[in-house]
Design a protein around this ligand. Sequence first.
Ligand code: 8X3
Length: 257
Amino acid sequence: MAPQSDSRDAGGDRPVAVVTGASSGIGEATARRLAAAGYDVVLVARRLDRLRALAQEIGGTAYGLDVTDRPAVDAFAANLSRVDVLFNNAGAAFGADPVATADPADWQAMFDVNVMGTLHVTQALLPKLIASGAGTIVIMSSTAGFTAYEGGGGYVAAKHGTHAIAATLRLELFDQPVRVIEIAPGMVRTDEFTMKRLGGDAERASAVYQGVAEPLTADDVADTVTWAVTRPAHVNVDLLVLRPRAQAAQHKVDRRS
Ligand code: 8X3
């Protein structure tokens, strides 16, 4: 599918930040913060309609794109004259079934968006990030990239893959002017993410946050991503794990509220 955009060449004098998965949640919140920090933000998501209003609001560019569609990703990359920051945020969880009974199609979809999507966009934009002379790649990982939990199987596997991309890429780019930042949040209250994971079951989705005083918000994560991106170019926040105070570890959650 040919990518669609509101044609306006991003860039000019301002640094350009590409944000995938920008139509909601962490991506949307980060796009707002990066724009406020002075970036010309290129908003990427499948739902172009949802991006348009945000693009207008923050003065960015909306680009309708499925990150799992490699030809479309390549066409998108060819359209950009400059890229300083790539925030690989597009990701999702589908299903919460045990490994024994999970739907392989859910696993495939999780691998496609979390791992292959990150690979496609990173490969396509890397030459421009290097050419910027001070590029930044942010990879949206998760505490699921480090710790397994029941019912998490496919998502845990996919996020371990996402973490592996970040760790490998940092080594491979050690002599290039591009840093690789991995942000790994724990419990973030992003209702769309949880609803998608639980097949639209609102009751189960709200139970995820039951009794937790203050789960992280999308804006908490966006604040952290923006902080990491705006450090001086020689400072690399390799890996940052972010949790709400009520979540000491994946299974150790204070639900007394
Ligand atoms: C989402 C965090 O705990 O649901 O990336 O795996 S968790």
